[in-house]
Design a protein around this ligand. Sequence first.
Ligand code: SF4
Length: 438
Amino acid sequence: MTEPASTARDQAVEEPPGADTQLIEIEKEEPPSSTARSNRARFFGAVPEGSWNDWRWQFRNRINSIEDLARFVPLSPREKERLKLVAASYPMSITPHYLSLIAQDDPTDPLRKQAIPCFKEIGLAGMGEEDPLEERSHAPVPGLVHRYPDRVLMVLTNVCPMLCRHCTRKREWRHGWWVRTESEIEEMLAYIGRNGNIRDVIISGGDPLTLSTRRLEVVIRGLRQIKHVEVIRIGSRFPVVLPQRIDDELCSMLGKYGPIWLNTQFNHIREITPEAALACDRLLCNGVPVSNQSVLLKGINDTVEAQTRLCHGLLRIKVRPYYLYECDEVQGTEHLRTSVETGLMIMEGMRGHTSGLAIPTFVVDLPRNGGKVPLQPAYVLVEQEDHLVLRNYEGRIFHYRNPKPVNAPANGSRKVKKANGRPQQPASGGQYMLPIGA
Ligand code: SF4
């Protein structure tokens, strides 16, 4: 570790957000941050600094009607009518913070596409499924999803500060808003307590940080009283869409119950604002590592350049790029989905061209209880008994001598596989790595 946590903490105290050199660099690189400043001045200029930085104010003042939206984004009468139809099926909610980041006059803006409804959400509603991951069928008690042996998902609420247009759980939005009651939470804790193989609990939603810090602490304290629960993970998009929520009260509460990991969802470099960077730094300084699980979205982050810039930006604020998800086949999201080949092309374009730390694992979450499958370009061209033929990131081909596994059968035979459906090539020598045809 070259920079102890205390140094980062001291800097945060000494330097107001925005004075940090890394953040200045981000602003220089990303002209749209000036969009944020001018939007804030134009639309929220009368809001005192204290209110703007108060997450409760941001939450109370979310934009959730199309009429309201039209005050900020130019919409023709026809567009307004169409968006009202969409919002009747899939409601809208945007925080003032996130709205201020959107380029108001650009319908192709990558942040706008994540926040503002699109007619295709209902126009293509015949495609996809409501609940492709069948989460409901794996709930032994209400709100608890138990799909894998050693971990469970606690869904505490369906409320989110922003309703992301690509959300896997958008089926929930039309049934009203709810937060699990105390007795439901006790039931979940009792189930986890009875099942000694559960060592990892993911607290999710909706967004669980919509609960007050006090209510959240009740849940986390309850989990910490269960001896076999080793790890607690929180899934939250607050650091991106309402970073003001990550305040000292929350961070010092989380700091008492570690190890706690927070997974968030930055999908575009412009979401990495000074406020978001400060939120992630606060979590880190209180012992909560932050990882990123982005979703591959058409026209938003589906290029090598967009993903590379996003992941470099994440590393600059000490957030680990963890997963890049293929967008689930959920009704109302088809217009934002792109092909698996696009994801593989992005992985191919990043691997070797930037550090491994900046490269997330590309995964498909399979429908019907198939679980996550990591995908990567084919680097193993041929797999034979004692050697492999591998391709590197430049397309150069190498033979690689492959030692026998420790538990190999006595006769030394090894299952030989065809790779990529291609016929196997004869092995050609090579004790270590021999470039051929480089
Ligand atoms: S924050 Fe997550 S759960 Fe909430 S709307 Fe966005 S993607 Fe869905």
